[in-house]
Design a protein around this ligand. Structure first.
Ligand code: ADP
Length: 193
């Protein structure tokens, strides 16, 4: 199994790169954010609980994020592997993840961190809101809050993978295809280990 965690702040390009990665490596994409947005649009009980938190720029609970991952792992038992986009996002999620994944016979091969300058993130998200209509991208104040929460609660998750020797930073300020090339090289390198 090949399991990749794609990491980076809001607007780093995780969704864009995930699409390219799943096509090339034949992986299943699990984006907790996409699943939550679908639940919100379908007004499921989880969606109703998540909506206000997300619109205000807050995280959903760890229990909710972990429940989403469990369900997706169950749904794709015979896959080549996964790309995790938006998970793990807190220390608790990172600590729970290995046990969860090992129940499905897997382990994380590498965390790839897309590094993007903060001013570029804000511009990208404001532009994205014009097409996506995502309420959490519409106001600069909410974007700043999400970046703040990312810095407070999520950046430290990368330290966990650094300690394990399973971390690679990639400059996310550049051409989509150049970034993708670097991601592919990294995946191939860690797939052999
Ligand atoms: P971003 O563009 O900020 O990376 P995502 O599309 O990954 O956003 O997620 C959108 C929102 O969904 C987040 O701001 C957060 O509220 C919620 N969310 C997604 N994944 C998680 C998670 N693992 N833990 C807690 N909240 C999450």
């Amino acid at each position: 199994m090949l399991n990749i965690v794609l990491f980076g702040p809001p607007g780093a390009g995780k969704g864009t790169q995930s699409q390219k990665i799943i096509n090339k490596f034949n992986l299943v994409h699990i984006s907790t954010g996409d699943i939550l947005r679908k639940a919100i649009s379908e007004k499921t009980p989880m969606g109703i609980e998540a909506q206000k938190l997300i619109d205000d720029g807050n995280y959903v609970t760890d229990e909710m994020a972990i429940a989403i991952i469990k369900e997706e792992l169950d749904r794709h038992k015979n896959t080549n592997g996964f790309i995790f986009d938006g998970f793990p996002r807190t220390k608790y999620q990172a600590e729970t993840f290995p046990k969860l994944l090992s129940e499905y016979g897997g382990d994380v091969n590498v965390m790839i961190s897309l590094e993007v300058e903060e001013k570029n993130l804000i511009n990208r998200l404001i532009n994205r809101a014009k097409d996506s209509g995502r309420p959490d991208d519409r106001k600069e104040e909410i974007i700043q809050k999400r970046i703040g929460i990312y810095n407070d609660r999520t950046v430290l998750v990368s330290d966990y993978y650094k300690t394990l020797g399973k971390h690679q930073s990639i400059n996310g300020d550049g051409e989509i295809d150049v970034i993708f090339e670097e991601i592919c090289e990294t995946i191939e390198r860690f797939n052999k280990i």
